[in-house]
Every structure is written in structure tokens, then in C-alpha cells.
Design a protein around this ligand. Structure first.
Ligand code: NAD
Ligand code: IPM
Ligand code: MN
Length: 348
């Protein structure tokens, strides 16, 4: 029987609450299959940092790298907490994992499930995937500032876009579009960001020539936010840079029934490093510790994880259990009650 080594990082805030349910679902769906998940827990996040001063040590990273995949809840403290330096956990832990493990595809599917409490009056069918570049753009952290504390302070954050980095994620997006409805939308801001936008546009045009059956269009990011609300069914695969993808996928989550439903995968398609699966949302300090968080995004992240590992039947079973549960939801539930309901569907 197959053994999968899974690193579990519950994280901060609602992270441990939603990961508890995700693990229960994973246990339930693999209970009678011939795959065994050997889990290692990593206590990483703002809480650990406040205790020890460590974000992600080399030893942590080496240990995580030795796993087949990673399941992460959410990391980060309350925005503005003076004890946490800005970006410490985000950059020192989450982005460090994504960069060191070369998660160049940040895959964020959005689907409006029947019965989901979407905010749109006439949503139509919503079923698209954002392929967000995961290792470059303004996230690389090679900015800087000078003359801090003076009226002449200058602060820069440079967006890094390499031909190698853009081409590999664009190729992934085209391959995905080929397997879906064959429509690809590049989102950028070429009217202002001429260099960064220019390389994306040129590479998309070049790769498009190899995919004559994929319809390609382009939207500026501001216009894309309009259409995500007014005409979301126009989208199939959206490919975009790291920052635009971050912003669009919170909006996409809201449009498809709430951020509590939005799952994601940080994929290293080459398989050289373990891929990492996590909800799109954060640690939600405003509701942490109250059993108010919706664990569905974490549970759907388990479905993405199973699919990535080639465990198709298990992935589909989780996906279908979630869909059936979403369609039947009424009133408010605790985090664990939603886990229970999804597990009951799995076992039905
Ligand atoms: P957030 O996603 O944590 O919360 C935004 C809003 O959505 C809050 O009102 C929250 O209560 C609600 N929400 C989020 N997840 C929910 C769920 N499962 N069920 C119900 N409601 C949910 O965003 P934020 O407040 O900007 O960030 C909080 C912290 O999380 C910050 O430190 C941030 O850096 C971090 N963060 C981490 C990740 C990650 O680990 N992948 C992602 C995003 C933000
Ligand atoms: C996300 C988060 C992260 C991001 C932050 C916490 C670094 O917002 O996963 O969407 O911007 O990628
Ligand atoms: Mn985000």
C-alpha cells in the first residue's frame, strides 16, 4: 500500500480550527483505501514567532522538504499587532515556503456551487480557475527604502518578472485551458506597467501561437474586477501575476459564496518539491477560537491535494461531499458541525 508523507502546518488564528476538520475529512476518505497518510505536524506561525523568535528555520525547511505534500491552515497575526513586525510571518514563513519550494503555480479555482450564498443577483454559471504566478512579481522582496525618518524618504518595491518565470506559468495556464473550456484571459495592467505588462503580453502571444484552439483575451486588472462581478461566467482560465492574482482571488471567493469556500494549491508542477495546499483566506483573528470559521476552504484544499497526488477517486469523493453539503446548508453552524456534515456525506 502507498504511503504519503504529509507535512501539516495548522498555523495561527482559525488555521488550527479549519485544519482539524480538513484532517478529519482526509482520515475519513482514506479510511478504506490502500493509501496511508503519515502526518508530521509543524508548529509554525505568529504564535511560535512570539514565543521563540523563529519563523522558519533551515531545519524546519529541510524537514518539510522531505515530505510529499503540505497542508497549511493560515499563518499571520492580527494586522497591526505591534509585537509582530510587518511582513515577518508572511515573508519569513509563507512566502519563504512558496519560494524555496518553487511553487510557481498558485492554482485558485472558483466555482459557484448550487445553493452557495453568492452575493450576485444573476450570477449565471461561475466556474473558472485563476493561475496566479507564485514566485515573482512585487512579492520577491528586493525593494528598499532610503532616508527613512526624513521628509525625503524614498520607498521602492520592485516587481520582478523573468522570461523563464512568466513563460512556465503561462504554459501551465494554456495546458489547463486545453483541458477545460479552452479560454484564457491574461490580466495585467499593460497600460501603465509597460515593462512588466509587456513581457506578460508578449509571452502569452507567443505561447498562444502553439495553442490555436484556445481563445485568448486580455483585460486590465481594474476592468477584470468589474467583470468578475458583472459577468463572471465569461472566465475559464485567468493567468496573472502574483499580486493581481492575490487580489482577484479574494474577490472571486466573495463572488462564489464567501472566502470560507475558496481553496488553493501552491504547485511545483515539476515535482521536484512538495506542493502545498491551503485555503485562500487568512488566519481571521476577528473570529479565531470561536468555532465560527467555515472549514470548507480547507476541506476543498484537501480535495486539491488528493487530486495532485493522483488520488482521483478520493478527490472526487471529497468534492462531491462538499457540494452536497453546500446545497443543503441552512442556518449557522460551528466549524466542527460543518466538518461533521461533510464527513456524514462522505460516509453516506
Ligand atoms: P482574512 O482572510 O484572515 O480575513 C478576512 C475576513 O474574512 C475576516 O472578516 C474573516 O473573519 C473572514 N474569514 C476568513 N476566513 C474565513 C472562514 N474560513 N470562515 C468565515 N470567515 C472567514 O484576512 P486578513 O484579516 O487580511 O488577514 C489576517 C491575517 O492572516 C494576516 O496576518 C494576514 O497576513 C494573514 N493571511 C494569511 C494567509 C495564509 O496563511 N495563506 C492568507 C491571507 C492572510
Ligand atoms: C494569500 C495571502 C498571502 C499572499 C499573504 C499572507 C502573504 O494573502 O495566500 O492569498 O499575499 O499571497
Ligand atoms: Mn490573499
Amino acid at each position: 500500500s502507498r504511503v504519503v508523507k504529509l507535512a501539516v502546518i495548522p498555523g495561527d488564528g482559525i488555521g488550527p480550527e479549519v485544519i482539524a476538520e480538513a484532517e478529519r475529512v482526509l482520515d475519513a476518505v482514506t479510511a478504506n483505501s490502500d493509501v496511508t497518510f503519515e502526518k508530521t505536524r509543524f508548529a509554525l506561525g505568529a504564535a511560535r514567532y512570539l514565543e521563540t523568535g523563529d519563523t522558519l528555520t533551515d531545519a524546519d525547511l529541510d524537514a518539510i522538504r522531505a515530505h510529499d505534500a503540505i497542508l497549511l491552515g493560515a499563518v499571520g497575526g492580527t494586522p497591526g499587532d505591534p509585537r509582530l513586525k510587518d511582513a515577518n510571518i508572511e515573508r519569513g514563513l509563507l512566502l519563504k515556503l512558496r519560494f524555496e519550494l518553487d511553487h510557481y503555480v498558485n492554482l485558485r479555482p472558483s466555482k459557484l456551487y448550487p445553493g452557495a450564498p453568492g452575493p450576485l443577483a444573476n450570477p449565471g454559471e461561475i466556474d473558472f480557475v485563476v493561475v496566479r504566478e507564485g514566485t515573482e512579481g512585487p512579492y520577491v522582496g528586493n525593494g528598499g527604502s532610503i532616508r527613512r525618518g526624513t521628509p525625503h524618504e524614498v520607498a521602492n518595491e520592485t516587481s520582478v518578472n523573468t522570461a523563464f518565470g512568466v513563460e512556465r506559468v503561462v504554459r501551465f495556464a494554456f495546458d489547463l485551458a486545453e483541458r477545460r473550456r479552452k479560454k484564457l484571459t491574461l490580466v495585467h495592467k499593460t497600460n501603465v506597467l509597460v515593462h512588466a505588462g509587456g513581457i506578460w503580453k508578449r509571452i502569452v502571444d507567443d505561447v498562444a501561437a502553439e495553442h490555436p484552439d484556445v481563445t485568448v483575451d486580455y483585460l486590465h486588472v481594474d476592468a477584470a474586477t468589474i467583470f468578475l462581478v458583472t459577468d463572471p461566467s465569461r472566465f475559464d482560465v485567468i493567468v496573472t501575476d502574483n499580486l493581481f492574482g492575490d487580489i482577484l482571488t479574494d474577490l472571486a471567493g466573495a463572488v462564489t459564496g464567501g472566502i470560507g469556500l475558496a481553496a488553493s494549491g501552491n504547485i511545483n508542477p515539476d515535482g521536484a518539491f512538495p506542493s502545498m495546499f491551503e485555503p485562500v483566506h487568512g488566519s481571521a483573528p476577528d473570529i479565531a477560537g470561536q468555532q465560527k470559521a467555515d472549514p470548507t476552504a480547507a476541506i476543498l484544499s484537501v480535495a486539491l491535494l488528493l487530486d495532485h497526488l493522483g488520488l482521483r477517486d478520493e478527490a472526487v469523493a471529497v468534492q462531491q461531499a462538499v457540494e452536497a453539503d453546500v446545497a443543503a446548508r441552512t442556518g449557522s453552524r460551528t466549524t466542527a458541525e460543518t466538518g461533521d456534515a461533510i464527513i456524514a456525506r462522505l460516509q453516506a
